[in-house]
Design a protein around this ligand. Structure first.
Ligand code: GDP
Length: 440
């Protein structure tokens, strides 16, 4: 989990503060020293950490906070506010031009996640009702054009390419194409290098000159810590970026990049990459990230996930079938898929502020869901629709097919029976219901 060690250290510092009825100046100073150390260990830029804790001390060491009934809580509130401010305050949206397509240049070093995020962003924008188009301008790396075409297709976003041609010409042609075909967002995947060099920068400057982008988003890998911040600084000096996409926040990044990029470059983080799949991208919300770092959870993102990732029609269809007492294993399978769409159970629980480190994957039910899905997938369509036809020899076949035991199959059949019984009891009652299948 990202920010794990930082979260632990901050919560230890605040625990001591919260245990005190009244705070002295020394208490605040000691806590801020601990906070500063925690930030430095999380690879936050030295100057940023120093200024951050000074700001909090200045606000906290005042009669209003120190004489309040819950001074420790007040300090945590200030830290939350300042962390949010440090990461940019509010959500930074894409700037849409008043006319013509919004041209977005995606830049970054090789391996940062540029190509993946071009596709992820395209998919996200498409879901929001836009008509994005991807442009393959990384003409040097073998297979880069092909890679973009493949993930563009997976993301359901068209890809404009002219093979290994001239990237400046390609980007110009792409913008013309977008105007002709009504694409309102053009996402240009530019070439990356292992290191920053003049040739790369010149090419990017020339593309910028040629297409006058509304946004130049730098894709940086959060796992590289301070290096990500240095890279952002140099790209900004040379190209004047408009924002950052911070990738791989799902790994065990210490957090330094997320906390320092805005302070060092003045440019906001606009999106965060949180996994390898095409849906693993989030609009970066500084306030929610601050809450997550402080272990307060992020329920808002969870609700949004449910709204965007779950299929309302599917849920209604199941609810209807339940009310008609027609529930079968196909419905259950659809429900399992819905749960899976919300991502791993661990992520869901973390968003509601739970510490999941001590829970094993089995306890988190992810594998349980997988196992139950495997059992259903090993049934014939007749068996899924009419579970009563599943006799002992069929059970043995299903268990063997799904790599489970007959008792696992029995358990699942029993759950279905219980659900069907419940449905019978509910029959006649009106209204739509969502349900979560019992686990195990
Ligand atoms: P590029 O060279 O900058 O275009 O980088 P790619 O888009 O090819 O990504 C490099 C690697 O990082 C690939 O294996 C991606 O699957 C992986 N990757 C990209 N974004 C993320 C992310 O947010 N989380 C994780 N875990 N992996 C990512």
């Amino acid at each position: 989990m990202a920010f794990e060690s930082l979260s632990d250290k901050l919560s230890a510092a605040f625990k001591r503060l919260k245990s005190k009825g009244k705070l002295t100046e020394d208490d605040v100073k000691t806590a801020m020293r601990e906070v500063r150390l925690a930030l430095l260990e999380a690879d936050v830029n030295y100057k940023v950490a120093k200024e951050f804790t000074k700001k909090i001390s200045d606000r906290a060491i005042g009669s209003e906070v120190m004489e309040s009934l819950t001074p420790g809580q007040m300090v945590v509130k200030i830290v939350n506010e300042e962390l949010t401010e440090l990461m940019g305050g509010g959500e930074a949206r894409l700037k849409m031009p008043s006319s013509g397509p919004c041209i977005v240049m995606l830049c970054g070093l090789q391996g940062a996640g540029k190509t993946t995020h071009a596709a992820k962003l395209g998919r996200l924008l498409k879901k929001q009702g836009h008509r994005p188009m991807l442009v393959a301008c990384d003409v040097y790396r073998p297979a880069a054009v092909k890679q973009l075409q493949i993930i563009g297709e997976q993301a359901g976003v068209p890809v404009f390419e002219e093979g290994q041609g001239n990237p400046i010409q390609i980007s110009k042609d792409a913008v013309r194409h977008a105007r002709d075909y009504g694409n309102d967002i053009v996402l240009i995947d530019t070439a990356g290098r292992l290191q920053i060099d003049d040739k790369l920068m010149d090419e990017l400057k020339n593309i910028k000159e040629a297409v006058q982008p509304s946004e130049i988003l730098l894709v940086v890998d959060s796992m590289t810590g301070q290096e990500a911040v240095n890279v952002s600084k140099i790209f900004d000096e040379k190209l004047e970026i408009t924002g950052v996409i911070l990738t791989k926040l799902d790994g065990d990044t210490r957090g330094g990049a997320a906390l320092s990029v805005k302070a060092v470059t003045g440019k906001p983080i606009k999106y965060a990459g949180i996994g390898e799949k095409l849906d693993d991208i989030e609009v970066f919300h500084p306030d929610r990230m601050a809450s997550r770092i402080l272990g307060m959870g992020d329920v808002l993102t969870l609700i949004e996930d449910a709204q965007t990732k779950l299929d309302e029609k599917e849920a209604e269809k199941t609810a209807k079938r339940m009310l008609q007492n027609k529930l079968d294993f196909n419905d259950l399978l659809a429900q399992f898929d819905q749960i899976k769409k919300m991502g791993p159970m661990r992520g869901i629980l973390e968003k509601i502020g739970m510490d999941t480190r001590k829970l094993s994957d089995d306890q988190l039910n992810d594998r349980l869901v997988d196992r139950q899905k495997a059992i259903i997938l090993s049934m014939t369509s007749e068996e899924r629709e009419k579970p009563a036809t599943i006799n002992p020899s069929r059970k043995r076949r299903i268990a063997a097919g799904s790599g489970t035991k007959v008792e696992d199959v029995n358990k699942l059949l029993k759950s279905m029976e219980q659900m069907q019984k419940m449905m019978k009891m509910m029959k006649g009652k009106k209204g739509k219901r969502r349900f979560m299948p019992p686990m195990g």
